[in-house]
Design a protein around this ligand. Structure first.
Ligand code: DGJ
Length: 549
């Protein structure tokens, strides 16, 4: 299998090739690191502290001009920006990359990186970003038919013409990036299409789609199910079992004729189409590539939500159908961030959240700490980043400032079990479970609470509280975030009581050296009883614990 599995092989081969000098122009790549993976750029690992632009912003350089300095001031290191098919290929075979070149120039002027979003055949299921010469030619580029035979403004995934034209334009974009950015690595990754998914039915209808649906299940998918065993996502495993665990047959025979079974067919069809586009892009310039998922609300049926996207219950279908993709990524707008993000952390998939709710959502900055600290994310990016007000701007700027300072420690700890992230679990209906969470790290057991003891409870919003702990030595820890209170006890052998040897607030300077601020004892640690990060400010404390009798 390619994708994540290929990283390991690729990184071993790469390690053999790379000796003393690492070329600055080495293409960005994903590399296995412990149980996780990280993004390596110019030979160095990095975390994407990102933000995604609203859909239309990057189409006007003038509009963006006033926003770039604000994005920089928010401590972003990467901007996620759309590149649309209609702008780069307004006439068939005639390319205009000026919108891309403007983005590159403006990002570089701020010393920032880009992740480009290919708005090709599909953007939020629909086909609104395709050029007019595609949109207007329904014979050559057929539309989806819904169950009742009506057409939808969605291009069919079963058209060779559409797939070839989309793949050709995407490959042209990647070839252009290689030419203008191959030595600079401003562009880190590319998203293939945007929130793919079928509406308003679970599967596409019409002659080509119906014929494919009546055909036999592809051996690659059967093999995936058989070889995956218990590692297959439970919903898909159950669906297959419920229908007799067959190792051949039609889609309806193997997965059932209802919407759930049809959705598997849709996922496979979209994955195969996306594989063709991705492979064409990689042949031109093999940057890391991913797809993003519009998640489904519990209780809704496929077709009521975009059916067949890279959703948690369909990850295995996408992995089998689109092996050239490096990552399957969630767009998380529902409140249950912890649970949803965790579904995308698998041995063959690292977490990158291209749309981590709207940037204006008050819990977004704390979710970043959870994503990096608990789930080893390689990147995090709230949506509509340029549209925040002053208060929201400050919250993101402060959170990213702390995460930027912690980046070397985070990169070191990710995938090694030397770090933990904390955030109250929030359910899909918005219920906040703010009970303390406990975690053993080294010789200490920490209990992390989300209710600040010195602030009236009614004025607190625990869903906006969160943080992380990184173990940096046998008794030393970095504790960062906001609105968390950490108590501690002993774990394992040794003297039975735990205390604070030394707690200090501080910052890491540009060279990564710790610059201590106040030494915290007395009231700040409740006379040695806890470590407290107040709810109103993201910060770092460096703490040394000790044990006594
Ligand atoms: C998810 C999409 O991927 C974005 O392009 C944008 O449409 C947002 N939804 C709006 O909430």
């Amino acid at each position: 299998m390619r994708g994540f599995g290929a990283w390991l092989g690729a990184s071993v081969a790469m390690a053999a090739l790379l000796t003393a000098s690492v070329a600055a122009a080495e293409i960005p790549r994903l590399e296995k690191h412990g149980t996780s993976a990280r993004l390596v750029v110019d030979g160095k690992p990095m975390l994407i502290l990102g933000g995604e632009l609203g859909n239309s912003s990057a189409s006007s350089r003038a509009y963006m001009a006033r926003h770039w300095p604000r994005l920089k001031a928010m401590n972003l290191n990467t901007v996620l920006a759309p590149v649309s098919w209609e702008l780069i290929e307004p006439k068939e075979g005639v390319y205009d990359f000026s919108s891309v070149d403007d983005l590159l120039a403006d990002a570089r002027a701020q010393d920032m990186k880009l992740v480009l979003l290919w708005f090709g055949a599909w953007k939020n299921s629909m086909s609104t970003y395709v050029p007019a010469w595609v949109k207007r030619d329904q014979t050559r580029f057929p539309r989806v038919r819904a169950r009742d035979g009506s057409t939808v403004e969605i291009l069919s995934a079963f058209s060779d013409n559409t797939r070839a034209a989309d793949a050709k334009a995407y490959a042209a974009l990647l070839a252009h990036l290689k030419k203008v950015d191959g030595e600079r690595n401003t562009v880190l990754m590319v998203q293939v299409e945007n929130e793919i998914g079928m509406l308003p039915s679970a599967r596409e209808h019409g002659a080509a789609a119906d014929a494919a649906y009546a055909g036999q299940l592809p051996p690659a998918l059967i093999q995936k199910l058989k070889a995956g065993g218990e590692a297959i996502e439970p919903e898909l495993r159950d669906l297959w079992k419920r229908n007799g665990s067959k190792d051949k047959g039609t889609w309806a025979a193997v997965f059932g004729a209802d919407e759930a079974g049809q959705e598997v067919f849709t996922a496979w069809s979209y994955a195969r189409y996306t594989e063709a586009v991705t492979a064409a892009g990689k042949a031109a310039y093999p940057l890391p590539m991913y797809v993003n998922a519009a998640l489904n609300r519990t209780g809704k049926k496929p077709g009521e939500y975009p059916s067949g996207g890279p959703l948690p219950h369909l990850l295995d279908v996408w992995k089998a159908g689109a092996p050239s993709l490096d990552l399957l990524s969630p767009d998380i707008y529902f409140p249950n961030f912890n649970d949803l993000a965790a579904r995308f952390v698998r041995p063959d998939n690292a977490l990158f959240v291209p749309e981590a709710n709207n940037a204006s959502a008050p819990e977004t900055p704390a979710n970043a700490f959870y994503a990096f600290g608990k789930l080893d994310a390689l990147g995090f990016s709230p949506f509509a980043i340029e549209s925040v007000n002053a208060e929201e701007h400050k919250a993101i700027a402060d959170a990213y400032d702390v995460l930027r300072q912690l980046t070397p420690a985070l990169l070191n700890a990710q995938g090694k079990g030397a770090m933990a992230g904390f955030k109250p679990r929030v359910l899909e209906d918005g219920t906040v479970q703010d009970a303390p969470v406990s975690q053993v790290m080294g010789d200490y057991r920490f209990e992390v609470g989300f209710i600040d003891p010195w602030t009236p409870k009614a004025s607190q919003k625990p869903a906006t509280h969160g943080g992380l702990i990184i173990q940096t030595g046998p008794e030393e820890y970095l504790i960062a975030g906001r609105g968390i209170v950490v108590t501690f006890a002993c774990a394992g052998k040794g003297p039975p009581l735990a205390g604070v040897d030394k707690a200090e607030e501080g910052v890491f300077d540009a060279q990564g050296r710790w610059v201590p601020g106040r030494l915290l004892n007395g009231d700040q640690t409740h006379q040695g009883r806890h470590i407290r990060l107040s709810p109103d400010q993201f910060q770092i404390q460096r703490v040394k614990f000790y044990r006594y009798r």
